[in-house]
Design a protein around this ligand. Sequence first.
Ligand code: SAH
Ligand code: SF4
Ligand code: F3S
Length: 439
Amino acid sequence: MEGKTPVRKIYIKTYGCQMNFYDSEKIKALMVKKGYGIADSPGEADFIAVNACSVRKHAEDRAMAFLSSHMPLRKKGARLCLLGCTANLYGEDILKKHPFIDIVCGAGNYERLPEMLGNTKRKTCSAGESENPFIEDPVIACGDISAFVTVTKGCENYCSYCVVPFTRGKLASRKPSDIYAEVRSLAGRGVKEIVLLGQNVNEYGKDSEARFTDLLEKIHNIEGILRIWFLTSHPKDIPDELLLSFKNLPKLYRHLHLPLQSGSDRLLLLMNRRYTLARYLEIIKRAREIAPDITITSDIITGFPSETEKDFEDTVSAVKKIEFDDLFIFKYSERPGTAASGMQNDVPQKEKERRHKVLLDIQEDISLKRNTLFNGRTENVFVVKPSTKKNGCFMGRSEGNKSVIFRASHSAPGTLESVVFNYADRRYLFGASCGGNDK
Ligand code: SAH
Ligand code: SF4
Ligand code: F3S
């Protein structure tokens, strides 16, 4: 229409954990509410944003490379924006270091983003702690069966290697009423699976009266929700009542992601993790007593400063003893401002890689062994989508949140399907729907 200014559009590329992905969806919904459009590609955007992660240097480098590769579009009037954890970590300094960046807006400051983009001043920055770290309104613009919902922001545990306390600030728990409102609204729009997010969800309510297990129970009662999961948990905050939820709440995936980081007590102390291997083993034992088939996954760091062959062997033997269902293994990366950055990063890169590979290989066999235990069992699988790997098959998640590929003549995403498992590989349980003639 003549005289009407075209809608200005933002493109957002996201790196990092689920929290950044959740935030990006919220930002998009907020921008639409404020009259902006969402671009499908950087080329058609007025604002090219990267929601960046700083947990390891490699993640940060990839995000910054994405942004700098779009420098030529600045000449055509586009403005480049750095959002997320990396924006909070470096704040205004990054505008000097990387002059191609125009706008810096850290996680927790997104309510201000529409106003910042409207500002014609070339360079603006909003980073650090804010009064309103959660975007309460509007809820996610989602057309999916599954959604993330953030319950806490920030972390004050200061594990010595970790940058998150510097990127996401102090712990803040979202009000239960806001969380329920969001889940109800998502359920009303067809969402069936909710993943509750926090750096350490089990610290939910530490700064208020609310309790995480109450949250789980209340969300469990919301009509339309079929499956619930949460991450991440810290081994220092695992009360028995949380483990009992795996038995008492059938909609909860029987899956605990519990980062171990190292099997050496000497390193756990240096990492400021505040538990010993013995305590960790006790939690696993109790979890398996309560829910014998519970899926347990974990994170390990190889090559933390001063990690000796003996420390590494302690980790290897812990991994073999525990038999995780899956394991995420990271090579130690020195991060600015962390306590470990004052220690000597003395394990050579090659050795970090070797240790990483040793653990990966060990875990391959363990994952296969754990998955094979399910052969012959029947479970209610949450159907996600038609399989892209196998014709006539669907992809779903088992009751323990394992990936499943099952044969069925028809099935619908967002429903539960009774599936009998008949074989497994390291990544998937394979089976067939028990309904009809699908075997
Ligand atoms: N809040 C979660 C994890 C956050 S980061 C928790 O407390 O468990 C996800 C994983 O990245 C961590 O569990 C850790 O294994 C890994 N990680 C964090 N900082 C790292 C670093 N500096 N180098 C390598 N891996 C790191
Ligand atoms: Fe990082 Fe530790 Fe906090 Fe997890 S608990 S986010 S590893 S400081
Ligand atoms: Fe990365 Fe921030 Fe998540 S640093 S791991 S995106 S909390």
